[in-house]
Design a binder for this molecule. Structure first.
Ligand code: ATP
Ligand code: MG
Length: 544
């Protein structure tokens, strides 16, 4: 349920998005929530999307889906409506209910199954045109997030199978965010950690130690082994076992399985998106089961290493690991590790070397212009170049000047309308409650009369101010409940209305009222007859 205060915020968020989308030349339409399965079968996503896609049947046993997004329907519209190059470029959007049967719905509006999204889709003649549409949306998104009054960062994001560099996420900065964003304070560089490159380290140092087998009973993590041996964690290597299954294209049955060993330094973390780009793993991978590990290595997890690998296992070393010498790894024997291990001497040089780990704060920026920092963010928007992925699957073509059919180049652009509320609150709150930015607050100002139920003067002054503000186009609410001040103030601080005017008998006797911003510790005294003007000035300043 979107309750009244929250719904007011949603409406304001939508209004800002609508204004800026229209300003950028996008055109609003509305597509159905319940969509025919046939369109989703054309692109193959009816099968591919798995359980996140909610499928339903009608009384005639025909299949439908509840839209998680609308590429299929918009491409169907485009192939019917956009026939000539003269009709391009075009950008359509709608603000509509989405449903995704998320594996882990959580934190209310942050990751709901039902939520509201603004999704836009651009259609262009060629790649250059699509890049222009993309840039226009990128600029519109910046205006939208500026107007929300939120602190955010646009970061480069993974483009998956589409490739190229036209994918950015808009991340609201918040410590509780799900995403790690990597940026360079000295330059413009900003990327999701999924994408951010860890630059190759310097040359591998000379080997100095002989390889030796060391007993490490019950020490199955790199940290435990490093502690036992009294060495830094940076000297250890972690072995992760993955599997890629080759499936029969018609039956979907697994016909063969390749086992992989991925090596990252003990203090580093595997980056699953980067791992998914390693040749051979790009078709999809999973972590190997304990049974698979034991049958391939004859050893339980925790004591694995790249030494004496049977040819059947493919080894991928992270760039950092490939440049290590005298390292410690598992001995492929329970309760033992190997120390002083060296590439080329104790085991063959790694056949595959790739960047497969997360970067750390303090490492050099990939643009060569400084040092990386990391902060947490909440993804609230995504702009993405699609190319001809959907137009080719659904044969959405236009006729060019010479009358030849050409595939349309597409882009898609989403904003999580309802997630914005959660993100705004995560970023802006204190122990007393929410602190809404003025532009999306449920009300801009609350008039709090003390003794509304018992003082005629207070009631008259509060009503007059309320009327005056309404007439001035201010989004004001009058608290006419006659609550005691403490309870009344606490309620509005919890709700997070950015500005409060207090009217009391005592103030009226002196011709004054109190004006206080939600972030301010102290109220200011204003002349009650000028209260409306003072409020308008404050709101104008907040908008600027
Ligand atoms: P996530 O990685 O968070 O699952 P996504 O990549 O699936 O997001 P998109 O398909 O790009 O998201 O959707 C566009 C926007 O819709 C996202 O940027 C996000 O703000 C919002 N969104 C996606 N899933 C949800 C959800 N379950 N609840 C609320 N908002 C969502
Ligand atoms: Mg998702």
């Amino acid at each position: 349920n979107y309750m009244p205060m929250g719904l007011r915020v949603i409406r304001k968020v939508e209004a800002i998005i609508r204004e800026e989308m229209n300003r950028a030349g996008a055109v609003e339409l509305l597509m159905p929530v319940v969509q025919p399965a046939e369109l989703w079968q054309e692109t193959g996503r009816f099968q591919q999307m798995g359980p996140e896609l909610l499928r339903v049947k009608d009384r005639h046993d025909r299949s439908f889906i509840i839209q998680p997004t609308s590429e299929e329907v918009i491409t169907d519209i485009a192939r019917q409506e956009l026939r000539s190059y003269k009709q391009l470029p075009r950008n359509f959007y709608h603000i509509q209910t989405k449903f995704r049967d998320e594996r882990r719905p959580r934190f209310g509006v942050m990751r709901g199954r039902e939520f509201t999204m603004k999704d836009a889709y651009s259609f262009d003649r060629d790649r250059e045109g699509a890049a222009r549409s993309y840039d226009a949306m990128f600029a519109a998104y910046k205006r939208i997030f500026d107007r929300f009054g939120l602190q955010y960062r646009a970061v480069a994001a993974d483009t998956g199978a589409i490739g190229g560099d036209l994918s950015h996420e808009f991340q609201v900065i918040a410590d509780t965010g799900e995403d790690a964003i990597v940026y360079c304070p000295q330059s413009e560089y900003a990327a999701n950690i999924e994408l951010a490159e860890a630059l190759p380290p310097g040359a591998r140092p000379e080997a100095r130690e002989a390889m030796s087998k060391v007993a490490t009973p019950d020490r199955s993590t790199c940290a435990d082994v490093a502690a036992l041996l009294g060495i830094p964690l940076q000297r250890t290597v972690k072995s992760l076992v993955l599997a890629s299954d080759e499936k029969d294209p018609t039956t979907g049955d697994i016909v063969s399985t390749q086992v992989w060993m991925l090596l990252v330094r003990g203090d580093h973390e595997l980056n699953e998106v980067k791992a998914g780009k390693v040749p051979g793993l790009a078709g999809g991978w999973r972590f190997a089961t304990v049974a698979e590990i034991e049958s391939h290595f004859g050893c339980k997890p925790g004591y694995l290493g790249p030494i004496d690998m049977a040819g059947s296992v493919k080894v991928v070393a992270d760039r950092t690991v490939a440049a290590m010498s005298d390292f410690v790894c598992g001995a492929n024997e329970a309760d033992f590790h190997l120390a002083g291990v060296n590439w080329g001497r104790d085991l063959p040089e790694p056949e595959l070397v790739a960047d497969i780990r997360n970067v750390l704060a303090g490492e050099p920026s990939p643009d060569g212009k400084g040092t990386l920092a990391i902060q947490r963010g909440i993804e609230v928007g995504h702009v993405f170049y699609l190319g001809t992925k959907y137009s080719s699957a659904m044969n959405a073509t236009y006729l060019d000047e010479s009358g030849k059919p050409q595939l349309m180049e597409m882009g898609c652009y989403g904003i999580g309308v309802t997630r914005i509320l959660g993100a705004a609150i995560e970023q802006n709150h204190d122990e007393r409650g929410i602190i809404w930015p003025t532009a999306i607050a449920p009300f801009e100002v609350v008039v709090c009369p003390i003794g509304y139920d018992r003082s005629a003067e207070v009631r008259a002054a509060a009503d007059a101010l309320h009327e005056q503000l309404l007439a001035g186009g201010i989004d004001v609410v009058l608290d006419d409940r006659g609550e005691r001040p403490g309870a009344m103030f606490a309620d509005w601080e919890l709700i997070g209305v950015p500005l409060r005017v207090v009217i009391s008998d005592r103030g009226l006797k002196a011709g004054t009222a109190e004006l206080q911003g939600r972030r301010e510790a102290q109220a200011g005294t204003i002349v009650v007859s000028e209260a409306a003007d003072r409020v308008k000035e404050r709101l104008a300043a907040a908008r600027a």
